[in-house]
Design a protein around this ligand. Structure first.
Ligand SMILES: *Cc1c(COP(=O)(O)O)cnc(C)c1O
Length: 342
């Protein structure tokens, strides 16, 4: 048995999901004739209270499309220094949209409206890049699955209104925030112009992300997706997995959060652990007392068929998910407890 806690993307489709996929009605989605894709898009648009949604192969492509929709070459997007769009999208912001990122030093991947105001370049000062967009990530991945305070997100909305900036939410793990916090999908839909969501993280689908927004801003999304190579044909097989996941895998997310909290608690009590970031959802980020021991720590665990990931600068990451069973959880907690790191 391998206990893979590197990411919530390592899950395999469940039997029920596979059956839903196998019996999906499909068509050519490039002609917008795939009934299952259309159904998923309508469902998600409605869920977030927007008029349009578009299915994408990856969250990266959905985010990249959003950046393109909101900006012109030379513009600047304000985001956290830990943002996925900055760290993990291959430099796509500059490659695809010709824009730069203004990085804010937030707390656990989250910044404030005051920081945004300070980062906006005055539009008439033509020496600096034109600020066009604010991007936030909820939950924040490199922030340790942290959830934004909704009041702060609303304040940032006001700043965006005042300065005519677009407002994009990278909601790859918005599902985790939705179960951990009182706000609804519609609340998010009300304040953001565009929202990307991933079906392939906590929801356990093999493939799929969706970009959501109103008609106006989404007008060019289809064209940009085509340019990026994301127009797919009978992709309803994948959309069917998404519909199945919304029906069956949302409600089990608190289980991932509970397991993550238990792991976090146990780690905090171990003598070779220096610091565990607050655990709010399904991600645990922690540091060893002696960072030089990272490789050894990961090796000791991998000898026991347990996999975690390193995030660099001495930070280690654990992510709980659908395929991390109760048995694996018990075993992992026991192995951690017994671990001798000298
Ligand atoms: C996973 C992830 C994405 C999208 O990643 P893909 O692997 O391209 O689907 C975007 N943002 C965040 C925060 C993520 O964790």
């Amino acid at each position: 048995m391998i206990i893979d806690l590197r990411s919530d993307t390592v899950t395999k489709p469940t039997q029920g999901m596979l059956e839903a996929m196998m019996s999906a009605k499909v068509g050519d989605d490039v002609y917008k004739e795939d009934p299952t894709v259309n159904k998923l898009e309508e469902r998600l648009a409605d869920m977030f209270g927007k008029s349009k949604a578009l299915f994408f192969p990856t969250g990266t492509m959905a985010n990249q499309t959003a950046l393109k929709l909101h900006t012109n070459p030379g513009d600047q997007v304000i985001c956290d220094s830990n943002a996925h769009i900055y760290h993990y999208e291959g430099g796509g912001a500059s490659f695809n949209s010709g824009i730069s990122c203004k990085l804010l030093e937030g707390t656990r991947g989250m910044f404030t409206a005051a920081q945004v105001i300070e980062a906006i370049n005055p539009p008439d000062f033509y020496h600096s890049p034109l600020t066009a967009l604010v991007e936030v990530e909820n939950t924040a991945n490199r922030g340790g699955g942290s959830c934004w305070d909704f009041e702060e997100l609303k304040k940032i909305r006001t700043v965006c209104n005042d300065h005519e900036l677009g407002y994009h939410l990278d909601g790859a793990r918005i599902w985790n925030a939705l179960v951990a916090k009182p706000e609804t999908a519609r609340d998010y839909g009300q304040i953001f112009d565009t929202i990307s969501v991933c079906l392939s993280k906590g929801l356990g689908c093999p493939v799929g992300s969706v970009l959501i927004g109103d008609e106006g801003i989404m007008q060019n999304a289809l064209r940009i997706r085509k340019i990026l190579g994301g127009g797919m044909r009978q992709v309803g097989y994948m959309a069917a997995a998404g519909l199945y996941a919304l029906d069956h895998h949302m409600e089990r997310l608190p289980e991932d959060h509970r397991k993550a909290k238990e792991i976090g608690q146990l780690l905090s009590g171990l003598e070779f652990i220096n610091k565990v970031e607050p655990v709010e959802t399904n991600i645990i980020i922690f540091e060893l007392v002696d960072k030089k021991n990272d490789t050894k720590f990961l090796k000791l665990l991998s000898d026991k068929n347990i996999r975690l990931s390193s995030m660099g600068s001495g930070k280690l990451r654990i992510v709980t998910h659908l395929d991390y069973t109760d048995d694996m959880h018990d075993l992992f907690l026991n192995e951690l407890q017994a671990l001798k790191l000298k």
